[in-house]
Design a protein around this ligand. Structure first.
Ligand code: ADP
Length: 484
């Protein structure tokens, strides 16, 4: 079982309006370790009623929180940030146990997650307005920014901490309360964050965590007119549903949805660097991130050499329980995730792709899967259209720049994209033509707290992190002062 320095960080109750509580009906849902199948504990199986209570509590707490000086809110957020770092070993252990990623990656995520609290603690002090030169005598025009109001957040299991702080950081810094529903698979990371928020001095009602029935809680969050903003990270399908449900109350939405990232290697690329980037982008979190390379396009001349170098690198990956030292590929989150990878491989092979490495469930059982490389992959295969969300690297062949740009853009998604080239003209041309919210050039790692993360097309709305991330939690008020 979990051996924590501070066992009080493992909470098996929800945190609503400053109180740890159970579901009204006493029901619970189990949380298991995907590496072993072992039961880690339970959390309350709450529904609409508890969500409504949290929303009402947030509304009651809103006025006092927005009334604080930005500097005062900043001090609390900084304390929360410091507590995350001080407890990073325990937070990482909880994350690895419920999510499966390696301890090294989990520690990296805690640092990354905490960085959003620090960044927005600072940015909150810089929510500047504007004065506009008047078009008429006797008038003064200005613009101020207000916190949007009560925010609801729904987060996924693949980044159990960072997807929360990336939303709560700007919301709280802007003066908004937040009610969060974490993913059912990874509630303990969220509840540990709530405990640290409490210790940091975040007032009751300003950050509540409601665990339980996704559709009931999500239904209340979207239907309730008190909620002025909904922020969601997850699948495009659920994002569309939440958008539809939010229409009646015209909520502001931030949606970080699916991706189908192209990773293009041109024939002038530094191949070793490209392989290193592909490994980082493709196999991080066992391929379970929305910015993971999903389609590797490699130019004809360097295709064979790239596949060979990739094979050597992938063979060095160590699959196992993420809590074991040296392991860098944990299990997939559940059997559905495994089934999807199997389906993509079977479809590709049936249509002529070749398995270069891996290709099947791992001998360790559970939800472990062999890191896999497919060559000879074409646009006709499902993997070209759908996000795999697993450790599968499908390698496509291309000939010309125009051809690969067309293939890369041939998707309804537009989150992350990557390419490797050393030709400055090509770099500008390709970066300008890729229809994506983010472009990594000669790198496979692009996420950090200071840069705007987000997509175009059906990958979503809004940006998280960076100074743009604050805008999503603010409204613009125009003042027209007359009679002067
Ligand atoms: P994934 O495929 O990554 O699990 P989902 O989009 O299914 O992503 O889930 C992401 C989050 O959305 C989770 O917290 C999940 O509980 C929540 N969710 C799923 N269905 C609904 C729903 N009908 N209403 C609100 N939230 C939902």
């Amino acid at each position: 079982m979990l051996n924590l320095k501070d066992p009080s960080l493992l909470k098996q109750q929800a945190y609503v309006n400053g109180l740890w509580c159970d579901a009204d009906n006493g029901e619970t849902i189990p949380v298991t370790n995907p590496a072993t199948g072992a039961l880690l504990g339970t959390v309350p199986n709450m529904g609409a009623e508890e969500a409504r209570r949290a929303i009402n509590g947030a509304n009651a707490a809103f006025k006092a929180w927005r009334g604080l000086l930005a500097k005062e809110r900043s001090a609390i957020l900084k304390k929360w940030f410091e507590l995350m770092l001080a407890n990073s070993d325990d937070l990482a252990a909880i994350m690895t146990a419920e999510q499966g990623k390696s301890l090294t990656e989990a520690k990296g995520e805690i640092t990354y997650a905490a960085s959003f609290l620090e960044w927005f603690a600072e940015e909150g002090k810089r929510i500047y307005g504007e004065t506009i030169p008047t078009p008429a005598h006797g008038r003064r025009l200005m613009v101020t920014k207000d916190p949007i109001g009560v925010c609801a957040a729904i987060t996924p299991w693949n980044f159990p901490s960072a997807m929360i702080t990336r939303k709560a950081g700007p919301a709280l810094a802007a003066g908004c309360p937040m009610v969060l529903k974490p993913a059912a698979q990874t509630p303990f990371s969220a509840l540990a964050l709530a405990e640290l928020a409490h210790r940091a001095g975040v007032p009751s009602g300003i950050f509540s965590v409601v665990t339980g029935k996704a559709s009931a809680i999500g239904g209340e969050m979207t239907a309730n007119p008190i909620v002025r903003k909904l922020t969601f990270t997850g699948s495009t399908q659920i994002g569309q549903l939440l958008m539809r449900q939010s229409a009646d109350t015209v909520k502001k939405l931030s949606l970080e949805l699916g991706g189908n990232a192209p990773f293009i290697v041109f024939d002038d690329a530094d191949l070793d660097a490209a392989v290193e980037g592909a490994m980082a982008s493709k196999f991080r979190n066992s391929g379970q991130t929305c910015v993971c390379a999903n389609r590797l396009y490699v130019q004809d001349k360097v295709y064979d050499a790239f596949v060979e170098k990739l094979r050597v690198a992938v063979q060095k990956l160590h699959v196992g329980d993420g809590s074991i030292a040296g392991v860098n590929q944990g299990p997939l989150i559940d059997q559905n995730a495994v089934a999807k990878v199997e389906e993509h491989i079977a479809d590709a092979v049936a249509k002529g792709a070749k398995v270069e490495l891996g290709g099947k469930r791992h001998a360790l059982g559970h939800t472990f899967f062999e890191p896999t490389i497919l060559s000879g992959v074409t646009q006709a295969m499902n993997v070209a259209r759908e996000e795999t969300f697993g450790p599968l690297a499908p390698v496509f062949r291309f000939h010309s720049d125009d051809e690969v740009i067309a293939m890369a853009n041939d998707t309804e998604f537009g989150l992350a994209s990557y390419f490797y080239s050393r030709d400055i003209g090509r770099i500008y041309k390709v970066a300008e033509q890729l229809e994506y919210g983010m472009v990594g050039i000669n790198t496979g790692l692009i996420s950090n707290e200071v840069a705007p993360f987000g997509g175009v097309k059906q990958s979503g709305l809004g940006r998280e992190g960076s100074r743009y991330g604050m805008d999503d939690y603010l409204t613009v008020k125009y003042w027209c002062v007359s009679g002067i």
